[in-house]
Design a protein around this ligand. Structure first.
Ligand code: AMP
Ligand code: ZN
Length: 114
C-alpha cells in the first residue's frame, strides 16, 4: 500500500529501529514507547485491521506471537511478564491501519487498560 506508513518500513522507504526481520515479519521499536520495551511486530503483507484477517493469514498471525515471545525472552521479560495488544479500529485507538502487535514490558501494568 503506497500510503501506508508500515508498508514504507517494509519496503525500506522509512528505516525503523529494527529488532527482528524475517521473510514474513518485521519488528521494530515504537517511536513513542509506553513502556521500557515497546516493540511493534507486523506482517510484511499489508492487512489493514484484524477485521480483514482470513484463514489464509493464520500462519502469519501465529508468527507475530512467536516473534513476540522470542523478543520478550531476549529482553529478559519471559519471567517478569509482558503485554501483547492489537488494537482494532477507533474504539480501541488504532491509528496505523496495517496490523501490528504491540509488545510492552519492563514495568508493572494495570488492568483494565484505559
Ligand atoms: P496503534 O495506535 O495501535 O495503531 O499503534 C500505532 C503505533 O505506531 C503507536 O504506538 C505509535 O507510537 C507507533 N508509530 C507511529 N509512527 C511510528 C514510526 N514512524 N516508527 C515507529 N512507531 C511508530
Ligand atoms: Zn501497510
Amino acid at each position: 500500500m503506497a500510503d501506508c506508513l508500515f508498508c514504507k518500513m517494509v519496503s525500506g522507504e522509512i528505516t525503523p529501529d529494527t529488532v527482528h526481520e524475517d521473510d514474513d515479519i518485521l519488528a521494530f521499536k515504537d517511536i513513542n514507547p509506553q513502556a521500557p520495551l515497546h516493540v511493534l511486530i507486523i506482517p510484511k503483507a499489508h492487512i489493514a485491521t484484524v477485521n480483514e484477517l482470513s484463514d489464509a493469514n493464520a500462519a502469519t498471525v501465529g508468527r507475530l506471537f512467536l516473534a513476540a515471545k522470542r523478543i520478550a525472552a531476549d529482553n529478559g521479560l519471559a519471567g517478569p511478564g509482558y503485554r501483547l495488544v492489537m488494537n482494532c479500529n477507533a474504539d480501541a485507538g488504532q491509528t496505523v491501519f496495517h496490523i501490528h502487535l504491540h509488545l510492552l514490558g519492563g514495568r508493572p501494568m494495570t488492568w483494565p487498560p484505559g
